[in-house]
Design a protein around this ligand. Structure first.
Ligand code: TRP
Length: 461
């Protein structure tokens, strides 16, 4: 007989050792980090911010600022063993630190509102690979196909809802083993497929200009805003700054080596982003696309790469399918932040909590989904809803969240508690490493994030 898989997630407030193996923990957490951030956002922002110089700043932000915050979140989550707000209340009772959790829940709603739209485009492109017949390498044709999709309000909404319903069902069932198992298979496959696309892309005539763009820094394009963008991207890609990693930390095994796990996630996430860059930029220059195309970059260049190789349609179907799975891993982690909070705090059934989550996102999501059509002229601070949600979450909520988390760990929670989690209550002999990360969290991370925030908003020069 099949064992019911959702038992664990149904028991409220209990310790939920949902992830069954150490490898499972690594993969599911990596599944949260790797997603559209790597495959869609990283190339888009790199293209818009001048290439290699941006990549280098991004690398620094990920390693120096993203990694310490990630491991802090895992440690806090495992100590709290609750949803974001619950964990903060447990770690710092009778104080205002639960605000970190509240920021997280707001951020999860706003991120999901535009993220589910992009995931919808990815799903739509699986279909396009079937219906388009011959793929094209022509920039104008490919841009038109993308524009037709995103400016159609009905399609925009339908694809977003398809994504929300599908991921909502998985969350409601609590089939965490299903997720674990799916991601275990899909991530390695995505990796292999990326290698195939890279080989094609870098061997195109004229590909060298793309490699130069990605690896030869031109510092003249860098401003303070660029640094803030890179920091926001680093946090976004690593799923840190809003308690997503805290929520997953609550499901970590007792014997999980947190510093090693977090370091692996950061490195693998970087690798996959660089691979996406290598798949896209050589083709951009070979076929004469604009590197600054932004949100459309993935959708107009990747079909061109497939157009120039045998069995292109077939590979394009698999590519967008795997990208959809990568997005799914990330979406599930975002939904889990909200759902686990509703479940614990309002004692809702898991299914009800999921329905409320999905419904809320669908509402917030409508103006974002229609940002290229019906609501294109509704501007908030000069941005469409889509861009506004994206900007506010990456550049403000995640960075402020990361700042608060590092201040909390460095100055309130303090070393003995952090060390107890990072060393598995003294089981691991990693005192030096833990001291180093504590030092970063206490002095370096908060100061740097603070300065980047101020300069990004033009408050210091
Ligand atoms: N990291 C995911 C990506 O790169 C997106 C994501 C999942 C996320 N959970 C998050 C972003 C929490 C910010 C915060 O696609």
């Amino acid at each position: 007989m099949m064992k019911k898989q959702d038992d664990v997630s149904k028991t409220k407030t209990s310790v939920n050792p949902i992830f069954t193996t150490k490898l499972g923990v690594l993969l599911v957490t990596l599944g949260s980090a790797v997603g559209l951030g790597n495959i869609w956002k990283f190339p888009a922002l790199t293209g818009m911010n001048g290439g290699a110089a941006f990549v280098l700043i991004y690398l620094l932000c990920a390693v120096v600022l993203g990694l310490p915050v990630m491991l802090a979140e895992h440690a806090m989550g495992r100590e709290g063993r609750k949803d974001v707000i619950g964990t903060m209340q447990k770690l710092a009772p009778k104080s205002l630190w639960w605000v970190i959790g509240a920021i997280g829940i707001l951020a999860a709603f706003l991120i999901m509102s535009f993220y589910s739209e992009v995931a919808g485009w990815v799903v739509a492109y699986i279909g396009k690979a079937v219906t388009l017949g011959r793929l094209s390498t022509d920039p104008a044709t490919n841009s038109q196909i993308f524009t037709d999709l995103v400016t159609d309000p009905a399609q925009s909404l339908i694809w977003q809802w398809v994504v929300l319903l599908a991921t909502g069902l998985i969350i409601a069932l609590g089939v965490v083993k299903g997720i674990e198992a799916t991601i275990k298979r899909s991530l390695p496959l995505l990796f292999v497929l990326l290698v195939i696309v890279i080989v094609r892309s870098v061997t195109l005539p004229g590909a060298a200009a793309g490699l130069e763009f990605l690896f030869k820094p031109d510092w003249s394009k860098v401003t303070f805003t660029t640094v803030l963008t890179a920091l926001g991207l680093a946090f976004f890609k690593l799923s840190v700054g809003m308690g997503c990693m805290m929520t997953y930390g609550a499901y970590f095994r007792k014997d999980q080596d947190i510093p090693v796990t977090a370091t692996r996630i950061v490195l693998l996430d970087l690798l996959i982003s660089m691979m996406a860059g290598l798949a896209i930029f050589p083709a951009v220059f070979a076929f004469g696309f604009e590197p600054t195309a932004g949100a459309s970059l993935l959708f107009i260049t990747i079909p061109a790469v497939f157009a120039s190789m045998p069995f292109g349609n077939f590979f394009m179907i698999i590519f967008f399918f795997l990208t959809a799975l990568a997005a799914m891993g990330a979406i599930l982690s975002l939904l889990e932040v909200i759902t686990s909070y509703l479940e614990n705090n309002f004692k809702l059934k898991r299914a009800t909590a999921t329905a409320v989550t999905i419904g809320g996102i669908a509402l917030f999501g409508v103006p974002a989904a229609l940002s290229n059509s019906s609501t294109a002229s509704w501007l908030v601070f000069g941005k469409t809803f889509f861009d506004f949600y994206d900007f506010v979450t990456s550049n403000i909520l995640l960075t402020v969240g990361g700042l608060l988390i590092s201040i909390f760990v460095g100055w309130v929670w303090k070393y003995p508690k952090l060390n107890a989690q990072l060393s598995n209550q003294g089981e691991l002999q990693n005192e030096k490493v833990n001291k180093f990360f504590f030092f970063m969290l206490k002095f370096v991370t908060p100061v740097l994030i603070f300065l980047i925030l101020l300069s990004g908003f033009g408050l210091v020069k």
